[in-house]
Design a protein around this ligand. Structure first.
Ligand SMILES: Nc1nc2c(c(=O)[nH]1)N=C([C@H](O)[C@H](O)COP(=O)(O)OP(=O)(O)OP(=O)(O)O)CN2
Ligand SMILES: [Zn+2]
Length: 130
């Protein structure tokens, strides 16, 4: 059964402080969030014996490597965010780029990453237009 498209979605989280430079309002001041992250991969070929696209365990392990890089940090001090703001949008871009590097040897395509400061405020990043 190797037709069609499968998508897998896993999540992780991290707790960090940040401040949005140039923001006119309270978010310019130092504050923190318990960020939630989701990542979705897709692929067309299942492992024939196991019937899985990619082991959820492995996908979660790789996502956790990335969220651990952000956990309990002041995000503005990380090299990726000394010049650009650690907004949800740019955090989603950061996680996407790092996770895609870690997925290089796996037969899946990273489709989308979501970062949420809270359940009601989510930013999504993807590439390729679909
Ligand atoms: N598009 C974005 N907008 C905002 C971002 C962002 O990353 N992308 N970030 C912030 C701040 O981080 C701020 O901390 C958001 O705080 P929040 O508590 O969500 O703001 P509110 O108090 O207005 O939320 P309520 O849910 O209405 O209490 C701001 N914007
Ligand atoms: Zn914030």
């Amino acid at each position: 059964m190797n037709t069609g498209l499968w998508r897998l979605r896993v999540n992780s989280d991290f707790s960090s402080s940040h401040q949005l430079r140039h923001y006119e309002g309270k978010c310019e001041r130092l504050h923190g969030h318990n960020f939630i992250v989701e990542a979705e991969v897709e692929g067309r070929e299942l492992d024939r014996k196991l019937g899985i696209l990619m082991d959820f365990k492995e996908l979660k392990r790789l996502l956790k490597i990335v969220t651990d890089e952000l956990d309990h940090k002041h995000l503005n001090e990380l090299p990726a965010f000394t010049r650009q703001n650690p907004s949800s949008e740019l955090l989603a871009h950061y996680v996407f780029t790092r996770l895609r590097e870690l997925l290089a040897s796996h037969p899946v395509r990273l489709k989308e990453v979501m970062v949420a400061e809270k359940d009601s405020s989510r930013a999504y990043y993807s590439e390729g237009g679909d």
